[in-house]
Design a protein around this ligand. Structure first.
Ligand code: MN
Length: 496
């Protein structure tokens, strides 16, 4: 869905979820300003059984002069746009409308269409709004109240930026010019005394699994940021390596995962715990997620949420094999020999983008990569849009260059920034084609179980593969072990 497609409506009511949080208000306000600038009659409203009363929210609304209204009745508008929530869900008061549109980042099983933008890989609805507003050429930074409202939405929905899971979230942080002093005041009006007690009680009633060195904590309903704070605290306990904290929220459950050990990545665990019933992710040490109550009940009808967490965490620990590359491959019997296909990739000469010696940051789906532009450094664009630097000498051995420019659509097109500035530039317009002529052979086979591989290069972080994926090792070195996604493997390798 594009925002401009909604401009055919003149009377637009933006509705955020009941008892709105910072993300709902920030997103709703930015959209309110957009439609105002397009000359529409707009209102920003929320319903539910009570008016908002959290001090940070009241301060935000007052300082940024956000014209949000609490309503219990609504005259049927031409367009009702639900934001940070979905029409018909339990956390949004029902109002009649001629037409309904939605913008949301919660996974409730619904997909995007002409009248809905649902992107559950983003940590906040504010990030979706940022992206949609930019696509319309709307200048978000022109008014600091819009940029600050969006930033605070992302900030609060990502547990103070710690649970961010998508490069677009980082792009937004880099882009926005915000009122830092207001954000700082807001973070000092975050919790009530009652919520402090809730956090205390949750910790007293913790569950502890000695074997896994893991703690599972259920908190009473409270601000989801409390979950992150409890998690960060609990992880400092000497006998706890992993913590999972969750509570009920109006439409489901929020959870925070923390880990300080390399064999359990918090983002993997969050994804595993929310698989098919919500969405989750983040970083290897901190992650978060959401479970939709309706999806949960569909799949786990007779289970309590506690029982679900206990069972599912057990399953997680039983679900994967671990391979340490330095130990080599012990059983080579089922591996077959493969060679690389002459697949076309993209590459960029760093000096085509930046002057020699410029330090820059390349943002990709898998995180940021730092390089210094030089005649000897090229960037390879991999199958899924991942980018990594490669030495010219090595590149020329493995690839044959072509003059044609390289075009491919990626979920997140890689971008680059100079370290001393903040202008972003797209990488793909500089990319040209190259064909793989690498004739080194690898041994590979299908994984039998989900597997974590600790490679020789990076002991602190593992590669994770599902049972469909392939495990490979170099034919002349069985300690050079890595995983390749099924689709990638089957398109870029061939059995000898
Ligand atoms: Mn949100």
């Amino acid at each position: 869905m594009k925002l401009s497609t909604l401009e055919k409506f003149n009377q637009i009511v933006i509705q955020v979820h009941d008892n709105p949080d910072a993300d709902a208000i920030g997103s709703g306000y930015a959209l309110y300003r957009y439609f105002k600038s397009r000359g529409k009659k707009v209102r920003l409203v929320y319903g539910g059984s009570m008016e908002m009363k959290k001090s940070n929210m009241l301060l935000l609304i007052k300082e940024l002069k956000i014209p949000v209204e609490y309503v219990t009745k609504l005259e049927k508008p031409e367009l009702l746009l639900t934001v940070d929530c979905q029409y018909g869900e339990g956390n949004v008061q029902h109002f009649e409308a001629e037409q309904v549109a939605m913008i949301d980042h919660h996974n409730t099983g619904r997909h995007s269409n002409d009248m809905a933008e649902i992107r559950n890989n983003l940590v906040s609805c504010a990030t979706i709004c940022y992206d949609m507003l930019k696509a319309e050429g709307f200048d978000i930074n022109e008014d600091i109240s819009i940029s600050t409202a969006l930033y605070y939405g992302l900030y609060m929905d990502s547990n103070e930026l710690s649970e961010i899971r998508h490069p677009l979230d980082w792009d937004m942080i880099d882009f926005l010019r915000i009122d830092r002093s207001l954000i700082s005041r807001l973070t000092h009006a975050n919790f009530t005394l009652q919520e402090m007690e809730t956090a205390g009680i949750a910790m007293i009633r913790h569950n502890y699994d000695e074997n896994k060195r893991l703690s599972i904590i259920r908190s009473k309903p409270c601000d989801p940021n409390i979950l992150g704070i409890i998690g960060d605290f609990v992880l400092q306990v000497d006998c706890i390596d992993v913590s999972v904290i969750f509570n009920e929220c109006p439409n489901g459950y929020k959870l925070s995962v923390r880990s300080c050990v390399s064999d359990v990545a918090a983002n993997d665990m969050a994804e595993f715990l929310t698989e098919n019933i919500g969405n989750g992710g983040g970083h290897i040490d901190k992650a978060g997620g959401f479970i939709s109550k309706s999806e949960f009940e569909k799949l786990y009808d007779d289970l309590t949420i506690e029982a679900y967490f206990f069972n599912r965490i057990d399953e997680y620990y039983d679900s994967y094999d671990v391979i340490y590359s330095r130990e080599g491959v012990t059983d080579k019997s089922e591996f077959k020999l493969y060679k690389k296909l002459p697949y076309t990739y993209g590459y960029v000469k760093t000096t085509d983008m930046f002057a020699e010696g410029t330090d820059c940051k390349i943002r990709t789906f898998e995180g940021d990569v730092f390089v210094t532009a030089s005649e000897d450094t090229y960037l390879m664009i991999g199958y899924c849009g991942e980018v990594y630097p490669i030495e010219k000498k090595i590149f020329e051995k493995k690839y044959q260059t072509k003059e044609e420019s390289f075009h491919k659509l990626f979920e997140y097109p890689p971008s680059a920034r100079k370290m001393d500035g903040d202008t972003m530039c797209e990488i793909l317009p500089f990319a040209r084609q190259c064909i793989c002529v690498d004739d080194t052979l690898v041994y590979a086979k299908h994984l039998e179980n989900p597997t974590k591989v600790f490679s020789r290069r990076n002991y602190g972080k593992y590669m994770y593969g599902n049972s469909d994926d392939y495990i490979c090792f170099a034919c002349d070195d069985d300690t050079d072990i890595y995983l390749v996604k099924q689709e990638v493997f089957e398109t870029t390798y061939m059995e000898c």
